[in-house]
Write a protein that binds this ligand. Structure first.
Ligand code: PLP
Ligand code: SF4
Length: 445
């Protein structure tokens, strides 16, 4: 066993932004060593040519149950599996790997990647700031009150989720990168946009950044000039992938002190925790991290997509929400898996997602029912699938926009024809002419 995969607290030099992570050949060797299953090991080699994988020692040692890897939700979430590629693509990549032809490998891999919709929702051309914006990338301003900031050094994560819609960015295709190198661009943008009340620092995972660097984004926002910024959110999966980020001195302590300063300035600080499965909250380091975070005065909220093999049943969500409420974490969103990468491996039909959400809600009290979902984040806005209904002889999805550029559309129910197999917005058909209004902005199919 490699030294970086030993359990318990890591030595201090590995704390914060630089946990021991495994990928490539070392990940394959570890899988073979722990599972004794050559098929699972081969899948690591082949699939990770196409999709990015990297797993922290904490996930490998504390979260995955190695007695049943193929049935383990955390294994399925973070490690390659052969079914992530179509059988033809898997065989093609395996063949060129065996032949050892590097040029041909590159060609085959690029070809497979291109067919995995590397750029869902057209992120590069939409959501960009208006004409008076920084004119570049790294800031998205789609809804009047909320600005998303993508710090350049926060565009990676402590581990990767196999379903991540940013996978193309992680495999280093420079044309797909968009990030902000200079906090000054963020403040300059906010100077011109006093209507912005919410700043959302996101990634990747911004908490891979050293505290000092993160502070360069947060501290300017606490000045009186930015009194219009009432709420600061930080999106992170560090609690699940590297809870030591909040524990190990010195950088962990620095981070908590930084959060305290944000709270003392009168801002609402929300850590938007990406939590996929109750097991992520069950470990001692995760529980300690939650306690320390709450002590800063930050509010903890949770969100995650509904993912096949990981959390696609009502009992898992009900337990997750209940555990979150016990720990003072507020359930916020249940997302629909996006239409990219290993989507066929992970996707759940919308009709089933609705059933799972409703069944999970029925198992918990009102305090556990605060996660809106299933929600699709589309280029049009955030679309909630409220349920399925029969209008006369016709079965429909009942939809609602939670977020849209055009606020007049928000909150009004609208309908799409029921389709038991549909997994994403672009497969839905408006029920009538008037429902079509809500589908404006739909990317061309
Ligand atoms: C989800 C989202 C937000 C935040 O929306 P809330 O409803 O305030 O959580 C902001 N910008 C974009 C682009 C989003 O997708
Ligand atoms: S934590 Fe978020 S950004 Fe990072 S790999 Fe997972 S889904 Fe992607």
């Amino acid at each position: 066993m490699s030294s970086v995969t030993q359990g318990g607290f890591p030595p201090p030099e590995r704390s914060a932004a630089a946990p021991g992570v495994l990928s490539g050949q070392r990940l394959r060797d570890l899988v073979l060593d722990r599972t004794k299953d050559p098929e699972l090991a081969e899948a690591v080699t082949v699939v990770s040519q196409v999709l990015p994988f990297k797993v922290s020692s904490y996930v490998l040692d504390e979260l995955i149950d190695w007695t049943d890897p193929a049935g383990d939700p955390i294994y399925r979430m973070t490690l390659p599996h052969r079914d992530m590629l179509g059988p033809g693509d898997f065989a093609a990549v395996a063949d060129v790997l065996r032949a050892g032809d590097r040029a041909q490998l590159r060609k085959v891999v690029d070809d497979v990647r291109d067919r995995l919709n590397p750029h869902p929702g057209d992120q590069l051309t939409r959501n960009l700031p208006g004409l008076d914006g920084p004119g570049g990338t790294g800031i998205q301003h789609k809804y009047r009150d909320t600005v998303l900031v993508f710090p350049r050094q926060g565009q990676t994560c402590h581990s990767y989720c196999g379903y991540c819609f940013r996978w193309a960015q992680f495999v280093g295709r420079p044309d797909l990168r968009f990030a902000l190198g200079d906090p000054g661009e963020m403040t300059a943008y906010l100077d011109r946009h006093p209507e912005v009340t919410d700043v959302l620092i996101t990634g990747g995972d911004p908490l891979v950044m050293r505290t000092e660097l993160l502070a360069r984004y947060l501290e300017p926002l606490l000045a009186p000039d930015y009194a219009h910024v009432r709420t600061i959110r930080i999106g992170t999966k560090a609690l699940s992938f590297w809870p030591y980020r909040f524990l190990d001195a010195p950088d962990g302590d620095h981070l908590l002190r930084l959060f305290e300063r944000v709270v003392r300035s009168g801002r609402h600080l929300a850590l938007m925790l990406h939590l996929s499965h109750p097991r992520e909250l069950a470990t001692k380091p995760a529980r300690q991290a939650v306690e320390r975070l709450l002590a800063t005065g930050a509010v903890l909220r949770s969100q995650a997509p509904l993912i096949r093999h990981v959390n696609d049943d009502a009992a898992t969500w009900a337990t997750l929400w209940q555990d979150e409420v016990s720990l003072s974490i507020v359930p916020y969103y249940l997302f629909v898996e996006r239409d990219t990468g290993a989507r066929e491996y992970y996707q759940v039909p919308l009709a089933r997602a609705v059933d799972i959400h409703h069944a999970a809600v029925r198992r918990v009290s009102g305090l556990g029912r605060t996660a809106r979902g299933p929600v699709m984040s589309t280029s049009l806005g955030k679309v909630l699938v409220s349920g399925v209904a029969d209008l006369g002889a016709e079965r429909v999805f009942v939809l609602q926009l939670l977020r849209a550029r055009d606020e007049n559309l928000v909150g009004r129910p609208f309908f799409a024809r029921f389709d038991p197999a549909a997994t994403w917005w672009d497969q839905l058909v408006p029920r009538s002419e008037s429902d079509g209004e809500f589908f404006r902005g739909l990317p061309p199919i």
